[in-house]
Write a new protein. Structure first.
Length: 258
């Protein structure tokens, strides 16, 4: 008898713990990520057997199961869902963007529900790298197509290059590199979201026109020197011919009879 009472007490305590767990979950829906055309599972993970389970999307039924009548799926989830009648877990196949919403599971005999917020992400595009060049720096830009617009707040940027080489800017999709670094090295841009990532790379030397990398200053100095020498030569030539003409005119005016 004592053992029976202890068992029943343990069962009641377990049920109370589960209800408390449901209450904490229902007040804060769990974010769940899925990919377009992929699958997603909502883990109810119940350890107690329930004779009836109902899953809903917002206020619409997704699938319901009763112990003596089996399960029934509702449009547009017919043929796209699987319910684990032991744990209460729900799997949705062939996800579409229209599947996004709040989902909840109801167990017979419980006052609270477990809620999830489904976010369906589009496949990540391959980023495009391009660069702009100034006198001393190279700025590499990592861009994704403008057509990729949904849930971009979950897209993160990171860079693969030496910490001494790459200088972060206020824009995470850009990085600055000094031209006095080794420009033969490769730099990578990694974009990621909670489900996947894409990588693109380029060789830094391709950002600088041939012959205009590290010796740019030397070339500039040479150009300035040539310009100064040219100006001096022109000025000297002009002065020479001006003096020569002035001398000839002076001789002409000094001749007798003039």
């Amino acid at each position: 008898m004592a053992a029976g009472r202890a068992g029943r007490a343990a069962g009641v305590l377990c049920a109370m713990c589960l209800l408390l767990q449901f209450d904490s979950i229902s007040s804060n829906p769990r974010p769940v990520f899925g990919a377009v055309n992929g699958n997603v599972t909502f883990y109810a993970s119940s350890s107690i057997y329930f004779p009836e389970i109902l899953w809903k999307k917002n206020m619409d039924k997704v699938i319901e199961w009763e112990e003596y009548h089996g399960s029934r799926a509702f449009p547009p989830f017919v043929g796209r869902v699987h319910l684990n009648t032991i744990s209460g877990d729900l799997t949705i196949f062939n996800l579409t963007s229209s599947d996004e919403d709040e989902y909840e599971v109801e167990f017979l005999g419980t006052a609270d529900d477990i809620k999830f917020t489904l976010l369906v992400l589009d496949p990540l595009p391959i980023p495009t790298l391009n660069c702009t060049s100034t006198l001393e720096d190279i700025i590499v830009h990592c861009k994704i197509p403008e057509s990729y617009k949904r849930h971009t707040n979950y897209t993160k940027y990171s860079w693969s290059c030496s910490s001494a080489q790459c200088i972060n800017t206020s824009d995470p999709s850009e990085v600055l590199i000094k031209k006095n670094n080794d420009l033969s090295q490769k730099i990578q841009c990694i974009i990621s979201n909670p489900l996947s990532k894409q990588i693109s790379s380029l060789i830094l030397a391709t950002c600088v026109p041939p012959g205009n990398s590290r010796n740019r200053w030397a070339i500039l100095v040479v150009v300035i020197i040539i310009a100064i020498v040219t100006v001096l030569l022109i000025k000297g030539t002009y002065t020479f011919f001006f003096k020569k003409i002035s001398f000839k005119l002076e001789l002409i005016f000094q001749r007798p009879g003039n």
